[in-house]
Design a protein. Structure first.
Length: 190
């Protein structure tokens, strides 16, 4: 398995999403998902783009609770695999409440697991996956964890350290300090 090693001097970052295949893999995004990506796009930072789209209100609240807003508003560039409100809705409400109020250290680790250094667009990630073979492409997050990226039924799927998966539903949402790829599930580090 080839390693796509991305590190960052600052150990802080956050979480926002993944990538859909183009080229030979086809485009798995629906018109609604494309609209979400277009609505979220702006000249602002990753945090400002997320704040401008209600789809990411839970993510923005989590970033704020974990104290990562300033970092994700920094120079970057960052690529964030951004979970939607529906993705956060898959987490037990009591657990999410605990993370955002009393266990913000764990929340920060989870959010940093969704961020990689550099602006990695969908085409670049897809090409890396295609070149990696059957084991998938290893992506190192700013939190030090690894995600495995594969193309499944024409869509990029990320597998986390616990074996959970998230599908990239929209790609290449531009921000002044990087890119956002929208994902449908919150990824969990070891």
């Amino acid at each position: 398995m080839k390693t796509f090693k991305l590190s960052i001097a600052s150990a802080l970052a956050l979480t926002l999403v993944a990538c859909g295949g183009e080229a030979d893999t086809g485009d798995a995004m629906t018109a609604d998902e494309t609209a979400v990506a277009e609505e979220a796009t702006s000249a602002g930072t990753i945090v400002e783009v997320a704040q401008g789209d209600e789809t990411f209100s839970t993510l923005v609240a989590a970033v704020t609770a974990a104290g990562l807003g300033e970092t994700l508003s920094g120079t970057g560039p960052f690529t964030v695999f951004a979970p939607t409100n529906d993705a956060f809705g898959k987490i037990d409400a009591a657990t999410l409440e605990t993370l955002t109020t009393t266990d913000t250290e764990t929340l920060g680790a989870i959010l940093k697991y969704h961020v990689v250094e550099g602006a990695v667009d969908a085409a670049t990630l897809t090409a890396a996956i295609e070149g990696a073979g059957a084991d998938g492409y290893a992506v190192t997050t700013v939190g030090g964890g690894t995600l495995t990226a594969k193309i499944v039924d024409g869509a990029v799927v990320l597998t986390d350290a616990t074996g959970g998966t998230a599908t990239v539903t929209a790609t290449d949402v531009e921000a002044s300090n990087g890119l956002i790829h929208v994902i449908d599930t919150v990824l969990m580090p070891q």
